[in-house]
Design a protein around this ligand. Structure first.
Ligand SMILES: [Zn+2]
Ligand SMILES: [Zn+2]
Length: 400
């Protein structure tokens, strides 16, 4: 068997090294609490009784599942707030098109893009998954960018996201996609939390975040920082530097910009859990979505990401077109990011052949060949890889 790794440079850590995994990823294989002498029917009964008592302690994700009879309680204050935000954002779009100076529109785009990178590069890949390491200056800038986005403080963002991975698409997942597009997109932010979310939320290991004073400083002073960096700074720069009106700048660089980026982020929780293929693991809900990858600067290769959450690229081939990955590579080239973790080629291959839905362009073909002929030569693999690489190059030339 030949081993080809697509990633050049940077140490490659296998996921079996638990010391390099985010705490939430390690605990997935926590020991089972049920006594093994129970029959499966008795086990089901014990689980159902626990759930009826809202006691989720010791229950595994598959045991929690989704209770489709659960009635969500709407938090009207949030629902009306989000409706108002979206109406204001639509008005902001109109203001951008009809009244703003072109510099203000470009500024709104720059702020939106930076805040997006704060979410993907910072909150997601660095802080939630520890997919790479970063010195103080990188963390400082990423936390500032993340504050621009106004998606709650990092601490809560990361806790919710680790919980999302650990209990994906169950009642303990804050945005369980089994409850549909609207709930996983924004509905979860305007509903009372399911008791399983509250109960399991307390079990998420956040010790690494608690040990980072920068993270805790943002948590402590989030409201002030939000007002300063998400609202005032974006709205004041156009006023000070090119004499835009505060009204125009506010609706473009705060209202429209922040609600737009929010929706692009939410698409990862909604669309990327619902519409697409599953080349890496057909037993989970997340999918590969080039559309979501495009609008979320590289976070739409979500079947891969849930299969290999420690991988800083959050994608396999899609990584080549991921702005977030390019940005991390750029940081790494300046020493501003290091210890980038990836997934060895053979591990991805094994996973595809074991659990993929057959849509993987390379490894699925291999699996088919293996089934037909009973064997696979190294030369076969090299052949398929070569043709694939050729295909990628052709694609690049065609686009460029
Ligand atoms: Zn997800
Ligand atoms: Zn993730």
């Amino acid at each position: 068997m030949i081993h080809i790794d697509f990633v050049k440079g940077g140490p490659v850590y296998g996921p079996l090294d638990s010391t390099k995994m985010a705490p939430s990823e390690v605990s997935q294989s926590a020991p089972h609490h049920h006594s093994d002498h129970l029959t499966s029917q008795e086990k089901v009964k014990v689980i159902e009784e626990k759930k009826a008592k809202k006691d989720y302690s010791g229950l595994l994700p598959a045991e929690i599942g989704t209770d489709y009879n659960f009635k969500r309680e709407i938090v009207w204050k949030n629902a009306i707030g989000f409706l108002a935000l979206h109406l204001a954002a639509l008005y902001g779009l109109w203001v951008m098109c009809a009244y703003c100076m072109w510099k203000t529109d470009i500024w709104a785009a720059i702020v939106g893009f930076s805040s997006g990178l704060g979410v993907t590069t910072g909150a997601h890949r660095l802080f939630s998954h520890r997919a790479y390491k970063a010195p103080f200056v990188t963390r400082l800038v990423l936390i500032l960018f993340h504050t621009l986005a106004g998606q709650n403080c990092l601490y809560i963002w990361v806790r919710d996201h680790r919980q999302h991975h650990k209990y994906s698409d169950t009642d303990a997942d804050p945005h369980n996609a089994n409850r549909g597009f609207f709930f996983s997109h924004v509905g979860w932010l305007m509903s009372r939390k399911h008791p399983a979310v509250i109960s399991k939320g307390k079990t998420i290991d956040m010790s690494d975040m608690e040990a980072d004073w920068l993270v805790m400083f943002q948590k402590e002073h989030y409201k002030v920082l939000y007002a300063l960096f998400a609202i005032l700074l974006p709205s004041l720069v156009p006023v000070i530097f090119w004499k835009e009106t505060f009204f125009n700048a506010f609706f473009a660089a705060y209202m429209f910009r922040s609600v737009f980026v929010l929706n692009m982020t939410w698409l990862v929780n909604s669309a990327a859990h619902l519409y697409g293929n599953k080349p890496f693991d057909k037993y989970m809900k997340p999918v590969e979505s080039s559309f979501v990858a495009f609008v979320s600067v590289g976070e739409g290769w979500h079947n891969y990401h849930h299969a290999f959450p420690w991988d800083y690229r959050a994608a396999e081939f899609g990584a080549k077109y991921s702005l977030t990955t390019m940005f991390i590579d750029f940081l790494a080239s300046w020493g501003l990011a290091y210890d980038l973790r990836t997934t060895p080629y053979h591990m991805v291959q094994k996973r595809v052949q074991r659990t993929g839905d057959g849509s993987h362009p390379i490894y699925s073909e291999q699996a088919k060949k293996l089934e037909e002929t009973g064997k696979l030569e190294d030369s076969d693999i090299a052949e398929i890889l070569k043709s694939k690489e050729h295909g990628m190059r052709r694609l690049v030339t065609a686009q460029g």
